[in-house]
Design a protein around this ligand. Structure first.
Ligand code: GAR
Length: 198
């Protein structure tokens, strides 16, 4: 049975596009919804161009009411009935209650070699630490932030003249390779980690 995939975004959605474009032909999954917490997210227009249903649930009117925002998210997801949820640059922290509802079905891409640098400013933190290599990880989402089992990683060498911006720019194309590679395996029930370059 073809797996239904919902992709949650907050921004430009380049990882969402890479995922959506990978779900073609003999791929075991198809995108059924792109949902953004920011109505102005650039990724929404890109998803519409790819003929994927889109929805914006603005988190701002909910203020500090995280539970209310997540209830709206949950209703939208229950309507879309995804088998898998991919967080792709989705920049809202989710409660344990919400992640628990989708346990084993939700993936995230994070721009660091987890368990290093959970949270924000990962490229700057790798540079500050003097790391020789940097990278990105796809992991299962659990209650703790950026903490679930790692399903794949891609690595790049840090250069002496790198800045946070050059690192991010060099890493992004690898994110676009890694996330689809992990999703293809995951949709087939294969949780063996993907490592790039292989
Ligand atoms: C990506 O670099 C992704 O790894 C990062 O946000 C960017 C989204 O770009 N995610 C996080 O920092 C999650 N904590 P995109 O919207 O072009 O895919």
């Amino acid at each position: 049975m073809t797996k239904r995939v919902a992709i949650l975004i907050s921004g430009g959605g380049s990882n969402m596009v890479a995922l959506a474009e990978s779900m073609r032909g003999d791929h075991p999954a198809r995108p059924v919804l792109v949902l953004s917490n920011d109505p102005d997210a650039g990724g929404l227009a890109k998803a519409r161009k790819l003929n994927i249903p889109t929805l914006a649930i603005d988190h701002k009117p909910f203020g500090k009411d995280r539970v209310g925002f997540e209830a709206a998210l949950q209703t939208a997801l229950e309507t879309a009935k995804p088998d898998i949820i991919c967080l792709a640059g989705f920049m809202r922290i989710l409660t344990a209650d919400f992640t628990g509802k989708w346990a084993g079905k939700m993936l995230n891409i994070h721009p660091s070699l987890l368990p290093k640098y959970k949270g924000l400013h990962t490229h700057a933190r790798a540079l500050e630490a003097g790391d020789a290599e940097h990278g990105c990880s796809v992991h299962e989402v659990t209650a703790a932030l950026d903490d679930g089992p790692v399903l794949g990683q891609a690595r790049i060498a840090v250069r002496p003249d790198d800045t946070a911006e050059t690192l991010a720019a060099r890493l992004l194309p690898l994110e676009h390779q890694l996330y689809p590679a992990v999703l293809r395996r995951f949709a087939q029930g294969d949780n063996r980690p993907v490592n790039l370059p292989g």
